[in-house]
Design a protein. Structure first.
Ligand SMILES: Nc1ncnc2c1ncn2[C@@H]1O[C@H](COP(=O)(O)OP(=O)(O)O)[C@@H](O)[C@H]1O
Ligand SMILES: [Mg+2]
Length: 220
């Protein structure tokens, strides 16, 4: 069974009353533990597709199914729960909170979910990305690659089934990018997390199991 699946998905945004087609008739699915790279130029619809796959937004037409659940069938509370339990997100700009320490950043999603085991799980997650020695540092005291490793720990701390990565190496040099991509490769293999990664780099995409090309909102 697919971990996520898009069936004939179309997404239009309305700006000043005019429709903009971000995705047109996109069908795509991924298995548990599969690492999928979504490649295409800026504006081709990559972030839109990630947001739909992660139940952050709804398609204009077509359906999105995440872990066997069709997202449009859920009410707001169920949708929030689905996202919180099943999805992790990492970004080009890391998006760590500057006022919090490394371990507090990683703990935050668990604290917000009211979990009592936030500290031990966060330590495990930091150990997994080999950042346990930096637990009490603040984000500004880290390199870009280290910040992305912390962001990966935060995204995985609740053991999501889907990790969405939106241009995760866009702000990193080649050597650091390779390290982060190698880590994502390991995440998919060793934890069976499905990864959907948006990138405009063919080199980054080469690390994935499956490469999907998007052009002007359509699968090429
Ligand atoms: N919230 C929005 N409102 C209006 N248009 C949007 C919005 N988000 C994205 N778009 C448009 O949809 C298209 C796809 O954008 P996006 O998914 O961000 O592409 P990518 O991530 O590949 O750069 C672009 O034309 C973009 O301008
Ligand atoms: Mg984008």
């Amino acid at each position: 069974m697919s971990l996520f699946r898009l069936d004939h998905v179309t997404k239009q945004y309305f700006t000043e009353g005019r429709p903009v087609s971000a995705l047109t008739d996109v069908s795509l699915d991924a298995a548990r533990g599969e690492f999928v790279a979504l490649v295409g130029r800026s504006g081709c619809g990559k972030s839109t597709l990630l947001n739909l796959a992660g139940a952050m937004d709804f398609p204009t037409s077509g359906t999105v199914t995440l872990d066997g659940v069709e997202t449009s069938s859920l009410n707001d509370a169920a949708l929030t729960r689905l996202r919180r339990d099943k999805v992790g997100f990492i970004f080009q700009s890391f998006q760590l909170l500057p006022a919090l320490s490394v371990i507090e950043n990683v703990e935050l999603p668990l604290m917000l979910a009211g979990r009592a085991d936030a500290r031990p799980l966060s330590k495990d997650a930091l150990r997994w990305v080999e950042m346990e020695d930096y637990a009490s540092r603040r984000p500004f005291q880290l390199s870009g690659g280290q910040m992305q490793r912390v962001a990966i720990a935060r995204a995985l701390v609740h053991s999501p089934s889907l990790l969405l990565a939106d241009e995760p190496t866009g702000n990193l040099d080649t050597t650091t990018s390779d390290l982060i991509l190698g880590l994502l490769r390991r995440v998919a293999r060793e934890t069976s997390t499905t990864i959907l990664m948006a990138t405009h780099s063919d080199e980054a995409a080469a690390m994935a199991d499956t490469i999907v090309h998007l052009r002007d909102g359509r699968i090429a």
